[in-house]
Ligand binder design. Structure first.
Ligand SMILES: Nc1ncnc2c1ncn2[C@@H]1O[C@H](COP(=O)(O)OP(=O)(O)O)[C@@H](O)[C@H]1O
Ligand SMILES: [Mg+2]
Length: 520
């Protein structure tokens, strides 16, 4: 008699001895085991395992497979039949036993039979249809298993068998490691049993996992529960916690909004520890996608590497603690009281030539430094340049990339990113992935042009139209708009705006130098 186990992996034994059929034969056995007495139509097996083949080829492949299966494992599959069925007198399966338990309400039996997810770790290459089917079955079976555990846990709880209840709730939390409800139930049961350390550990483990796997997702219920437990505990132990162990006051008190993008909001906040005003950029958990969260983390790690008088500095970063008014991942930087270059342009239209050259020179210095650290900003535009005491500060490294050939740790693959169309270099507009510092030089050229002319070099009705103009139009003559502009400065601007990167300044440091000469 053969025994096929599918819950928690795939093993086939005959009289206690292991047999290992090749993957595709195993897949057929799994399909037939799942179909039970009803059996599976041959066409369905073919569609699942050989979705690409023409019908005849698929049939032929199945025939061959069944032939070799029967040679090694006689009497498992009735020959010639359609639908195909496993012979129940020759083979038994844990799947059939599990289903029988579920059907008869034997929840303890079902829980005992479930040794892990359906076909855990089994993989069949080149059969996406089969993979989809496995996912579907896996979900259904784990749902049955979790229902059984929940019922058992309820019974244990009702009759005061707490050790058993906790054990079952632990299994539930393990069955779906990302389910907040299961984690919350376990934490609550542990706390109720007086196991504080265990409850905190379980909560911390879940939150770490959720932050890792579901970045940006809020874990409100659990955080609230942990906070309440902490309060209770503090009350019980009769003392307040120290400030730094997470039980103290929340360090940053958010006051008002300063600006927002799609995934993040920047606030003015009060830093209680140092009693100072700071800016706090918070990823909005309710809208942030996994990519946003990854980028945000990368933005923080990039900022953490940079230290330059014209780059907005990173003070701190973290995740808002439970109980804070706002939740989510954040980082903290100096609060810049001045305006952004965008606000200044909106107010003044265009800038005095000397101011424009000085600002561009400061930004070029910041870029030269960032590039030397292997970081390309990729989003240089007036919104991301701020003024503190009249000096420029570059911020928002939100879509910054790390140079391919830069040494040291790679932060992540660059991928294609688009900045605002008006400041997008031709290579960025053309979808190139590995942008280098010269792309930032071009964007800064657009910003400098706008500071001098009152509008960026290329405008248009749609973003696509503007991008097309970056790729093909020549730069509208600057001195027509600003006749008093020195020829040499116009040449500098034109050189930053060359379509081909190799015709621009080789480095931002060279550009800064040219602008410095201009100002002398
Ligand atoms: N440190 C700061 N001090 C003052 N205002 C800031 C600061 N950082 C950002 N801002 C304001 O918030 C806006 C959005 O910030 P930014 O980092 O560019 O976020 P996003 O990635 O959403 O564009 C900026 O354009 C600016 O107006
Ligand atoms: Mg921005």
């Amino acid at each position: 008699m053969f025994r096929l186990e599918l819950l928690g992996g795939l093993t086939l034994t005959v009289d206690g001895r292991h047999v290992s059929p090749p993957p595709r034969q195993s897949a057929v056995l799994a399909l037939l085991a799942a179909a039970g007495d009803r059996g599976t139509a041959r066409d369905k097996v073919i569609a699942c395992l050989w979705p690409e083949s023409a019908t005849d080829n698929g049939r032929h492949a199945l025939e061959q497979l069944l032939y070799s299966l029967r040679r090694q494992l006689p009497a498992l599959v009735a020959s010639g039949a359609d639908p195909l069925r496993l012979d129940p007198t020759a083979i038994s399966t844990d799947l059939a036993d599990f289903r029988a338990c579920v059907a008869s309400g034997d929840v303890a039996g079902a829980a005992a039979l479930y040794h892990g997810p359906f076909l855990d770790g089994f993989f069949l290459s080149g059969a996406p249809e089969f993979e989809r089917w496995v996912d579907h079955e896996r979900l259904r079976l784990s749902g049955d298993y979790e229902r059984a555990l929940r019922m058992l846990a309820q019974r244990a709880e009702a009759s005061g068998r707490h050790t058993e209840e906790i054990d079952l709730k632990r299994r539930l939390a393990l069955a779906d490691p990302l389910a907040e409800r299961a984690a919350t139930d376990l934490v609550r049961a542990l706390a109720a049993a007086g196991d504080w350390a265990g409850a905190t550990r379980a909560a911390r483990e879940y939150m770490a996992r959720a932050r890792e796997e579901l970045p940006g997702a809020a874990v409100h219920d659990l955080e609230r529960l942990v906070e309440r437990l902490r309060e209770e505990r503090r009350f019980e132990s009769g003392g307040g916690g120290a400030e730094d162990d997470g039980t103290g006051l929340i360090r940053y008190e958010v006051q008002r909004e300063l600006g927002r993008g799609t995934a993040a909001i920047v606030y003015v906040a009060h830093d209680r520890r140092y009693d100072r005003v700071v800016a706090l950029k918070l990823l909005r958990p309710e809208v942030a996608t996994a990519t946003d969260a990854r980028r945000f983390r990368r933005e923080i790690r990039i900022l953490a590497r940079l230290y330059h008088p014209h780059i907005l500095q990173l003070y701190d970063s973290g995740v808002m603690p439970p109980g804070a008014a706002l939740q989510g991942m954040f980082y903290v930087m100096p609060y810049v009281r001045g305006e952004t270059l965008r606000q200044r342009l909106r107010r003044d239209g265009r800038l005095p030539i000397a101011d424009a050259a000085r600002i561009a020179c400061e930004v070029a210095g910041a870029l030269a430094y960032a590039h030397a650290q292997g970081v390309v900003h990729r989003d240089i535009r007036p919104e991301n340049i701020l003024f503190e005491s009249d000096h420029a500060l570059v911020g928002d490294f939100g879509i910054a990339g790390v140079l391919e050939n830069a040494g040291g740790e790679r932060l992540s693959a660059s991928g294609i990113v688009l900045s605002a169309p008006s400041y997008c270099s031709p290579e960025q507009a053309g979808g190139k992935c590995n942008l280098d510092g010269r792309s930032d030089i071009y964007s800064l050229g657009c910003v400098l042009y706008e500071m001098l002319a009152g509008e960026p070099p290329f405008t248009g009705a749609t973003g696509a139209a503007v991008l097309a103009r970056h790729l093909s139009d020549s730069v509208p003559p600057l001195r027509t708009l600003r006749p008093e502009l020195p020829h040499e400065l116009e040449r500098v601007v034109l050189r930053t705006l060359a379509k081909r990167p190799e015709e621009r300044f080789g480095t931002a440091a060279e550009l800064a130098q040219a602008l410095r000469l201009e100002r002398e």
